[in-house]
Design a protein around this ligand. Structure first.
Ligand code: FER
Length: 566
């Protein structure tokens, strides 16, 4: 009896131990509850669901000292009133920023998963992973610097995204899978989620990937997803990461797609699973997913406008209770416009002038005019001040709201569809002001307070009489070889008077890399100030002068704006 009880207690303990061991063995490889599966048919077919958009972006890279291109998927209903997580998704050896968009259906896969409620809206960025250029011997290796030092900061400055590691993921296929491991494991403060699909021989050895023997990866990784086709000749590279992680008990999921090779039949299904695993691991935490404006926030029809009297105003944001101002109370071209606590300084005073068709201009106490950068019709375009130039970028309509003396300020360059908007509904001093689809939100509406003191009643000085017109300089491409171009720039003295030591400031849509037969005296972003050479320092009224410029790659004509010749 005692003996048989002992025997059964022993067998219960043994069964429990076995069960615990069994569970431990299972959880060792997979910590995400989602086990990858071959996606159902139609997972990458365009359906009648809201569609996100993929667009091209370009940014200056300190790693290549050039402007580089990338593509970005913005989910349907992308809104500045929401914050998004970002997945950086890398391509393979023959590709560039278009490889995933052209071949992998990433937008369709994401649109469908979002529409099904399986993942919340997020942003996917498709970089060009070969950051090559003059003097760079390994563009794939140099991409680490490009991604971390230039592309991520660009995305985080220009889009409404979270900026912590727990909202940033890195995945890639083949060469991009190798890069994902090389960059991801050694930058765990930047990325909490790593996904390598069919990683290539550029994958570094595990003693390089895990210099601390995997301690940080073990504690900090929120998701590690490894996938590969079973017949892929490169399978050993994912195996090596898997084997190391298994030996160090670093949580990960290794998905081998039976019978598949080194192609999109692995990569698109990997993305479909990876997105859902990201969702489960907390990648989109904080995003509400309710990005469609509610009924009362629907864009208003801008068929009416308010008429305010010409005069000086302080312009106060309704959502922030702070005043429209220039940064550092500085007068100048290209000075940022933001909000700040009311102090009555010149940089917070705006002289409203009614012009034609219901539009107004707003010139501040320093004599510079409110201006939409390049007059672009795009959400998130920044607002600055610039010398008055009569262009639509400087023309605004004041729209009434249901509240007295509360107005929207919409921009003519967006045909009144976008309005001055405090970025991310900011309320702190220095919060940026840009243009965004206008729907009368608190961060898009403004109170006009007349400045009453008699000293303020005079119109601002007419500044910059040297301002001429946009035709004072023009450019013509003479040779374009794709990655660069040469153009003739012609300055015409349209000022009506002789100019000694002429100086011309302008902005272009393509970066100038060098100039001959003239000199660049100042350069800020894409704004250049150029003087003539010693033999052409003077330019008589009506006279023209042509000099040469080398430009970075781009396409189409050269657009020149904001020209000042003096
Ligand atoms: C190699 C085989 C394949 C290699 C890279 C690849 C660097 C990459 C393939 C891809 O990106 O699809 O030996 O060496």
């Amino acid at each position: 009896m005692v003996k048989s009880m002992r025997k059964s207690i022993f067998s219960v303990i043994a069964t429990c131990l076995f069960a615990i061991l069994f569970c431990l063995t299972l959880s060792q490889e997979t910590f995400a509850a989602i086990t990858p599966v071959i996606p159902p048919a139609g997972y990458d077919s365009v359906k009648n669901v809201p569609h996100g958009t993929i667009k091209e972006i370009s940014y200056y890279s300190a790693a290549t000292k050039s402007t580089r291109k990338a593509k970005i998927y913005l989910p349907a209903g992308y809104s500045n009133n929401e914050k998004y997580s970002v997945l950086y998704l890398l391509h393979g050896i023959g590709g560039n920023e278009s490889e995933w968009p052209n071949n992998g259906k990433p937008n369709v896969i994401a649109d469908n998963l979002i529409a099904e409620g399986k993942v919340k809206p997020c942003i996917i960025v498709f970089p060009n992973g070969n950051a090559t250029g003059a003097g760079i011997n390994d563009g794939w290796e140099n991409f680490t610097k490009d991604l971390i030092g230039s592309l991520i900061p660009y995305v985080e400055k220009n889009y409404s995204v979270y900026t912590d590691r727990e909202h940033r993921a890195l995945s890639g296929l083949s060469m991009g899978g190798g890069q994902t491991y090389n960059i991801g494991f050694t930058n765990l403060n930047t990325f909490a989620y790593i996904g390598g699909y069919s990683a290539a021989p550029n994958t570094k050895s595990t003693n390089v990937l895990f210099p601390d023997n995997g301690a940080k990866a073990k504690s900090d990784l929120k998701l590690l997803f490894i996938s590969c086709g079973s017949t892929d000749s490169l399978k050993q590279f994912g195996d090596s990461v898997h084997n190391f992680c298994q030996s160090r008990q670093i949580n990960h999921t290794y998905w081998i797609l039976s019978g598949r090779g080194h192609d999109w039949s692995v990569w698109s299904p990997s993305l479909w699973n990876n997105l859902q695993m990201l969702e489960e691991a907390g990648f989109t935490k904080g995003t509400t997913g309710t990005t469609t404006p509610s009924q009362e926030e629907k864009p208003v029809v801008n068929d009416k406008y308010a008429t305010l009297q010409d005069g000086w105003y302080y312009i106060k944001g309704v959502g922030s209770n702070k005043y429209l101002q220039v940064a550092n109370n500085k007068g100048g071209d290209g000075v940022n416009v933001e909000i700040g606590t009311g102090t009555g300084v010149a940089g917070q005073k705006w002289y409203l002038t009614n012009i034609q068709d219901g539009y107004v201009t707003l010139k501040n106490g320093q004599g510079y005019t409110l201006d939409v950068v390049y007059g672009k019709d795009e959400d998130n375009t920044n607002i600055q001040t610039y010398t008055a130039n009569g262009m639509s970028a400087q023309e605004f309509k004041i729209l009434p709201t249901s509240k007295e003396n509360v107005y929207g300020i919409v921009t003519r360059c967006s045909t009144d569809a976008k309005g001055l908007d405090v970025e991310n509904k900011g309320t702190t001093d220095g919060s940026n002001v840009m243009q965004y689809a206008y729907y009368g939100a608190a961060n898009q509406t403004w109170i006009f307070e007349a400045c009453n003191a008699s000293s303020e009643s005079t119109k601002p000085e007419e500044t910059k009489p040297e301002q001429t017109n946009k035709d004072a300089i023009s450019a013509k491409v003479t040779s374009d070889w794709g990655s660069g171009a040469v153009a003739d720039f012609t300055v015409i003295n349209t000022t009506g008077k002789d100019l000694n030591n002429w100086i011309c400031t302008f902005t272009t849509n393509r970066k100038i890399t060098s100039v001959w037969n003239a000199t660049i005296v100042a350069e800020e972003g894409n704004t250049y100030t150029i003087t003539g050479p010693s033999w052409q320092a003077n330019l008589g009224a009506g006279q023209s002068y042509t000099f040469g410029c080398q430009l970075e790659s781009g396409s189409g004509e050269i657009i020149i704006a904001n020209v000042v010749l003096k």
